[in-house]
Ligand binder design. Sequence first.
Ligand SMILES: *Cc1c(COP(=O)(O)O)cnc(C)c1O
Length: 364
Amino acid sequence: MKIPFVTFLPMERELDSEIRSAFDRVFTQSWYIDGVEDKAFDKAFAEYCHADYCVGVGNGLDALMLSLKALGVKEGDEVIVPSNTYIATALAVTYVGATPVFVEPDIRTFNIDPKRIEAAITEKTKAIIPVHLYGQACDMDPIMAVARKHHLWVVEDCAQAHGATYKGQKVGTFGDAAGFSFYPGKNLGALGDAGAVVTNNKDLADMVRALGNYGSDYKYHHIYKGNNSRLDELQAALLLAKLPHLDRMNAERRRVAGIFTSEIKNDKVILPVVLPDCVPVWHIYGIRCKERDALEKHLNAKGIGTNKHYPTPMHLQECYRDLNIPEGALPIAEEISRTELSIPLFYGMTDEEIRYIVDAINEF
Ligand SMILES: *Cc1c(COP(=O)(O)O)cnc(C)c1O
């Protein structure tokens, strides 16, 4: 059997006519930037998150970067980010001129360990970016408590967690702002690049919108040295078509993950842990194994696609050599990078495929 790591085909087949009619609607309107679709999506996604405002932007990296910029984070500042995340989280900090400070995760959940945050705070710290990694919310109560105590902004990175909840509350509504990505492979994906900032702060929403539109509050009037990062009409319309299906598709991912969690039984394999307060949306199902590369070879040989999130931690990437963080300095992130293996989990997996993956892992 051949099972790709990810495929959008089952979802796209199911939503084919809705996606095509969204395209036709925009093409008929013949209006591509800053129009009714963007407005409608912003309203719908804010409602979905139970937040007051949503501002569509060009991608998830810009959503984080523009949030930090609007909050006044700048050169000389420090921002706490998890040591285990996709590099966009750290790059958003770098792009506003600030320095990312890495805090280790809880190896069971892969998410930032709230107990380790306070030790990383200095007089330069301005913000924390908790990343709801692989679709599971961070432990937000202690994170918000330490942020409030030290007067730090909180920008949630929700790129992998659309619809995930913590104590019944959707991610994206705990901090001062949240960045979402609608990269095609995310739980809610566009057919290209797209992202959004979600916030309950009107001034912040207005500023993010202006910053992503050449710093303009109205046409040819520029109050900031902004840049160009807008959610275009086509992507907004496509996202509007997919949004009503998100909860159902997330629930299906949870069903598949539930089978993995109860059926995978192999002493060499460590399964991801879900905190009791969290309902994850399983962007990624990441298992750990000391013999990770051998397990990957075994699964690939059986036709099962796999991935690693992430093979090299950020502090050991060439682009961050200037931070001078040596190998061994962030042992938990390094351990995850050596042992994590992501197995296929996408909407529309068949029971036969799920069974085949479980059996292949159990016989390793
Ligand atoms: C995908 C992702 C981003 C960046 O989103 P883009 O839309 O690709 O810019 C940021 N943070 C995390 C954790 C991501 O997974």
